[in-house]
Design a protein around this ligand. Structure first.
Ligand SMILES: Nc1ncnc2c1ncn2[C@@H]1O[C@H](COP(=O)(O)OP(=O)(O)O)[C@@H](O)[C@H]1O
Ligand SMILES: CC(=O)N[C@@H](CCC(=O)OP(=O)(O)O)C(=O)O
Length: 299
């Protein structure tokens, strides 16, 4: 339990709660998918605040679904094991040895860590990955990249990197609305039974689309989408986002993030926000106060 406000500040707490009411009503019974990126997870105190936010949402009648990443944590484990890793278009080129580590780190240690934090905050979290109940089946992902010098297009083999092919929400439908909070690791089954490493943003977008989520929040380590002079862009349309990818303003890990936003919006998700997950209570700030944070992308 946190320290109570002194008596003279208690009215402030009541005021704050009352002001959150219209926001709570807006999201009553709605599904909100929150993607918690590996870079945003670094600080344990921030992770505890994140867990509190998720439990508070659930208490307020929202149905939060957490999808987590873990890119830096996978990188650290690969380095420990002496396995080299490379990225193309923001995606980790994943060989057989790497996909085993990816599954171990994502569906094992990180998933259970987040479940632990949410349960410590008084929630009832259930940790799953895309393989559970055949929730997410993936197909092999490919990317075509243009060589900056020769300008020749090259197809890059990303190995065991998958893109969601089908999403079966049966397991999530059983969980949601019953005070249980699903926490999902972005590992999926291949149609032939193997394992695919799926970018966590892409995974979150597919889940949000399949569930018809009202909001998708992507928590990362930057304030949102930044322009060339590193200033936050508060609002973007799909067309503007495409243009920023094409002119190179959006690069690296921000590419799958923004592509996910576009996909989720096209699937019917009402609004998608990219925001800084290292800000304490970033989720509550975005959903339950008048001050939106980060970059809101809309159709
Ligand atoms: N235009 C941009 N605005 C903000 N971040 C960008 C942009 N272009 C590239 N990035 C990079 O994308 C990173 C976020 O993606 P990523 O590292 O994959 O985060 P996460 O682990 O949270 O998914 C930022 O830290 C930044 O280095
Ligand atoms: C294919 C691919 O790139 N998969 C990611 C999965 C984890 C992830 O996406 O984590 P963040 O959200 O922290 O970046 C990876 O291997 O790093």
């Amino acid at each position: 339990m946190s320290e109570p406000f002194p008596a003279n500040e208690a009215h402030l707490q009541a005021e704050v709660l009352a002001r959150a009411l219209p926001h709570m009503q807006r999201y009553d019974d709605a599904v909100v998918v929150v993607k918690y990126g590996g870079h945003a997870m670094g600080d344990e105190q921030v992770a505890r605040h994140f867990a509190q936010d998720i439990v508070l949402l659930e208490q307020a009648g929202v149905n939060p679904v957490v999808v987590h990443g873990g890119g830096p944590q996978i990188g650290a484990m690969l380095e420990k094991l002496g396995i080299k890793s490379q990225f193309a278009a923001g995606l980790r080129i994943t060989d057989k040895a790497t996909v085993e580590i990816v599954e171990m780190v994502l569906a094992g240690s990180i998933n259970k860590q987040i479940v632990g934090f949410i349960n410590e905050a008084g929630g009832k979290a259930i940790g799953l990955c895309g393989k559970d109940g055949n929730m997410v089946r993936a197909r092999k992902a490919t990317r075509t990249l243009v060589d900056p010098d020769s300008k020749i297009e090259q197809v890059v083999d990303l190995g065991f990197v998958g893109e969601p092919d089908t999403v079966d929400t049966m397991v999530l439908d059983q969980i949601l609305g019953r005070e249980l909070i699903p926490v999902l690791a972005p590992v999926a089954a291949a149609v032939d039974g193997g394992t695919y490493n799926v970018n966590a943003d892409t995974f979150a977008g597919a889940i949000a689309g399949a569930l018809g989520a009202k909001r998708l929040l992507l928590l990362t380590d930057v304030p949102g989408v930044l322009d060339k002079s590193k200033t936050l862009i508060p609002k973007l349309t799909i067309a503007e986002a495409h243009a920023l990818i094409a002119d190179g303003t959006i690069s690296g890990g921000m590419i799958p993030k923004v592509e996910t936003c576009i996909y989720a919006l096209e699937q019917g998700v009402e609004g998608v926000v990219i925001l800084d997950g290292k800000v304490p209570h970033a989720v509550l700030l975005e959903l339950l106060t008048d001050h939106g944070a980060g970059t809101l992308i809309t159709r």
